[in-house]
Design a protein around this ligand. Structure first.
Ligand code: ZN
Length: 244
């Protein structure tokens, strides 16, 4: 089992501070282990990674490994830089992430394209999703539910079921909503959402209560007994984000 990232960060920082300017303790470890430790910090926080980079030249070099760019978290990196002075720096950093196969930047690229053209490639989204990007999986699953085709809807349900088991459907929805809120609004409706409900008897089903009570805003409160009603509701939330 992996050690908690915060613990790893503390160990690296402590060793850095105790070595009076030398990073010999960490740097004496095998290279792949050094990279692994740094990747764990990077996947948790880009700020922590940047703090390590300014510690010493060895750490700076280590942080330039492709694997680190592949895994670095972009959670606090805005979709568009707020300050024009940051534009070039952020672009070159994100380009390195892109070239290293960072799933978050690949998903963001896909989302920006989707915002311009609703028919952007579902196959690319599926690939990002299959590599383990949860928000891409949410987006892919919801778009499949928009179809009339039963097989596509079944596939969409399968994707979303996995996310629901991991209790992250609503977390993914909020992330999509946040990213979409920074995109230029478009009113195209190339994606035609089917109005057919997943639930075969929605008016009688006790899962229907999802429409009557408080909106579902936390994954911990996601206890709707009918999976179909649950995702009919989610589809409404999703479609309202993108005006589908
Ligand atoms: Zn139902």
């Amino acid at each position: 089992m992996d050690a908690p990232r915060s613990l790893i960060k503390k160990v690296i920082e402590a060793q850095t501070h105790n070595s009076y300017g030398s990073s010999s303790t960490i740097m004496s470890l095998p290279k792949d282990l050094q990279v692994h430790l740094f990747s764990m910090v990077a996947s948790d926080s880009i700020v922590d990674l940047f703090n390590l980079k300014i510690c010493c030249k060895d750490f700076l070099d280590l942080a330039e490994e492709k694997y680190i760019y592949q895994l670095v978290s972009l959670d606090t990196v805005p979709l568009f830089p707020w300050h024009p002075d940051l534009k070039d720096k952020q672009s070159s950093f994100l380009q390195l992430c892109r070239e290293s196969g960072n799933l978050e930047i690949l998903f963001r690229d896909w989302l920006l394209e989707f915002n311009k053209n609703r028919n952007s490639c579902l196959e690319i989204l599926r690939e990002i999703s299959e590599k383990g990007h949860e928000t891409a999986k949410y987006m892919y699953g919801m778009l499949l539910l928009c179809f009339e085709d039963e097989e596509k809807r079944k596939e969409g349900l399968m994707q979303l079921r996995l996310l629901r088991r991991s209790k992250c459907v609503i977390t993914c929805r909020k992330k999509v909503e946040d990213l979409a809120s920074h995109c230029w609004r478009v009113n195209r409706k190339e994606v035609v959402r089917t109005l057919k409900t997943l639930c075969h008897n929605p008016m009688q089903c006790n899962g229907r209560r999802v429409y009557w009570g408080w909106p579902l805003l936390k994954d911990e409160e996601d206890d709707i007994p009918c999976e179909y009603c649950r995702f009919d509701y989610e589809l409404n939330c999703f479609c309202s984000i993108f005006n589908l």
